[in-house]
Ligand binder design. Sequence first.
Ligand SMILES: CC(C)(COP(=O)(O)OP(=O)(O)OC[C@H]1O[C@@H](n2cnc3c(N)ncnc32)[C@H](O)[C@@H]1OP(=O)(O)O)[C@@H](O)C(=O)NCCC(=O)NCCS
Length: 164
Amino acid sequence: MTIPVRIEPLEVDDRPTAVAMLGEDLDLPRSVSESYTKPHAWDQDWAAWTGDRMVGLVTGGFGDFSDRSAFEHFNLPAAPHAFLYRVFVRPAVREDGVGPQLLKYFMHEAAGRRCTFVVGYLDRNGYVRERRRFFERMGFNIGPDDTFGAQPTAVLEAVAMDQR
Ligand SMILES: CC(C)(COP(=O)(O)OP(=O)(O)OC[C@H]1O[C@@H](n2cnc3c(N)ncnc32)[C@H](O)[C@@H]1OP(=O)(O)O)[C@@H](O)C(=O)NCCC(=O)NCCS
């Protein structure tokens, strides 16, 4: 079953709710959840809602990541690129299609900025195998050292195919 969500930029007043939601995942270091108390220097946050309940978030930024040796493996096409810093779904609503909707939203943001490629690092705590499988199902290639990358269109196609 897919729970339909509304995705919007994370407002300052909703940051305490985001921190509390991230804190529900005991695998996530507290320093990570608390880093959402304030806006990040480079990345933007968007939150997913069902009614007035926050159920997930996606964080990322846009720029030129050609000089990051970690992503050499992907032979990055010309900038701009997108960096997907985190996709997170509230533990109680996982496996209900919220993660794919957050990725779809971020891919539209990236495509709207003419980003040719999206990169990131997979989290290494907890559920590593499940996370790799999820990203592969969503159209990403997994590179060395748990980097991931894909063209926004490849992810949009994978998400569309995935809708059950
Ligand atoms: C990864 C994540 C965003 C997926 O979102 P979702 O809404 O549950 O996605 P879906 O409904 O498509 O499906 C569930 C998939 O997530 C996997 N999954 C379940 N719990 C998970 C967990 N704690 N961490 C990672 N993946 C998990 C399942 O194995 C399933 O994959 P499968 O169908 O191939 O077996 C979500 O599980 C999550 O927030 N995990 C914790 C944070 C994280 O790992 N973020 C990604 C790294 S930045």
